[in-house]
Design a protein around this ligand. Sequence first.
Ligand code: BTN
Length: 264
Amino acid sequence: MENIRKNLRTRFIGRQIHYFTELGSTQELAIYMAENSQAVNGAVILAEQQDKGIGRLKSRWISPDGGIWFSIILKPLMPASKSPLLSFTAALAVCESIAQQTNLQSKVKWPNDILINHKKVCGILLDLATKGDRVEYAVIGIGINANVNIEKILPYLHDSKHSDVTVTSLKNELSGKCVDRPAFLKLLLERFELYYDRLQKDDGSSIIVNKIKDRLEYNSVTIEQGNKTIEGAIIGLGLDGSLLIKQNDGSSVEVIFGDTRTRE
Ligand code: BTN
């Protein structure tokens, strides 16, 4: 994995790669480096295994060998209001890389889980530092259960905050066949750069949002925002990455943040 830079066709994403066989959390280190100006725009922190992997809502992210665990440090030129689209950009790059490498169809569960056959194969975490309406830096953490034996993850799931979602790995969906992880990561970083460049252009948001719309799970959701709960069906996506929901009383509401729980 550490050699992927050799064939990487990107301008800045992954030009600097910090590779570890074992690390606490790539996200934690990436945030530290960004805070202390120790990394260039596009730097990637990559680990074969993490023993303190971080998931959304401060949950634990189990990261055994065989996965692809990394964080990208970005210094985007965009208003903070556009930042939810950074996770969509990563989600799109992940879905397209999965399709190209494996022919498997993946879906996006808002805001940023990637599912195959309704099971979670990848999680995306976005940490931002903002000043006024500007993003000072963003760290996107991507965890892909690539060649992970899911038996290594399943025992930890019962106490997870995402226990309504079952997990899978690419290997599991491919009936035990491994994916070429370096080739996958190379493709993913190249795709990410392509869409990230587009996102920063004026009409970039609509390109990303329209592509995500085709991959979104239009399911029923329960969204908890502080002490408020919104329940209804997803009916669309706004250009800023917000979710449009038709509530059970028939009214529509737009949701910008919050975690979704799928209702069966
Ligand atoms: C989620 O809860 O779905 C988000 C999971 C994000 C996991 C990735 S793995 C690489 C990076 N380092 C971490 O500690 N977390 C993210």
